[in-house]
Design a protein around this ligand. Structure first.
Ligand SMILES: *[C@@H]1O[C@H](CO)[C@@H](O)[C@H](O)[C@H]1NC(C)=O
Ligand SMILES: *[C@@H]1O[C@H](CO)[C@@H](O)[C@H](O)[C@H]1NC(C)=O
Ligand SMILES: *[C@@H]1O[C@H](CO)[C@@H](O)[C@H](O)[C@H]1NC(C)=O
Length: 244
């Protein structure tokens, strides 16, 4: 573009010079001056336009680069997203796998699991169960403080409870629950004790209800390892009873 301008300018200058040569009078020369100035103005404007065009070009390039950046970022995000999705899918599958493969009496638990369950949920001593104060004493004596809602099965002996994991219980109907849960065939007397922050008993009630427990293998026996709140869960009648 610049070359064209230079060419045009030199051509006109040549003409003017020729004219000047032909006629060296003042008026003619002034006309030439005017033309030459106009040409210069045109050149300047052309230069300006060129500069602005170049600016615009640069800005376009900038925009293009930024677009590319954005595109890259989007790609990166998509990659991250797909990574997270993959991780989630793997986790879900792993969970489903564990869930589906851990029916009652399959998972091994440590030796302490049954003892801990038994201490927390099978009532050991006889006392006046209607007396809040005696409950407080019992809870302190057995180191069961700092659990705001506690449930105790009144069994007479541990076997009536452990039997739930040995044929006297049934897997639950819905797979919404932990797969190793069993519900007792028979109802039991269960006390529910509420404590406040200072381990003062604020409420005691009792119910004759079904008992839901998690049954795991402890030292080659199937035993309860966890007490699950009874919320009207139903047994799966078509499944075999919970047993080793
Ligand atoms: C030169 O200019 C004068 C006066 O302006 C004019 O009379 C004359 O004809 C011109 N000569 C030529 C060769 O153009
Ligand atoms: C046009 O631009 C060029 C370089 O960009 C410069 O050298 C030249 O003097 C400019 N011309 C005018 C008339 O501004
Ligand atoms: C009940 O148990 C049977 C036998 O294990 C099983 O095939 C079925 O899917 C279970 N039903 C429900 C609702 O969990």
């Amino acid at each position: 573009m610049r070359l064209t301008i230079v060419l045009i300018v030199s051509l006109f200058s040549g003409l003017i010079l020729a004219q000047e040569g032909d006629n060296a009078s003042g008026t003619q020369s002034c006309d030439a001056c005017e033309v030459s100035e106009k040409l210069k103005a045109m050149e300047t404007r052309l230069n300006d336009t060129e500069t602005r065009l170049m600016d615009a070009d640069n800005r376009l390039k900038d925009t293009d680069n930024r677009l590319k950046d954005t595109e890259n970022q989007i790609l990166e995000m998509k990659n991250k997203e797909s990574m997270i999705t993959t991780a989630l899918i793997i986790l879900t599958m792993a969970f489903a796998f564990v869930h589906a493969n851990n029916p009652p009496c399959r998972t091994r638990s440590n030796n302490n699991a049954y003892n801990s369950f038994s201490r927390k949920h099978i009532l050991r001593d006889e006392f006046d169960y209607r007396n809040d104060n005696e409950w407080e004493i019992y809870i302190r004596k057995h180191g069961l403080t700092d659990r705001p809602l506690q449930s105790f099965i009144v069994s007479g002996n541990d076997e009536r409870v452990t039997d739930i994991c040995k044929g006297a219980g049934q897997p639950l109907e819905s797979s919404r629950y932990r797969a190793n849960l069993c519900i007792s065939h028979r109802k039991c007397l269960v006390y529910h004790v509420k404590l406040d922050k200072n381990n003062r008993v604020t409420n005691v009630d009792h119910a004759i209800q079904f008992v839901v427990l998690a049954c795991d293998v402890v030292e080659n026996q199937c035993l309860p390892v966890h007490y699950e709140k009874y919320t009207n869960q139903l047994p799966n009648r078509s499944a075999a009873p919970c047993q080793p």
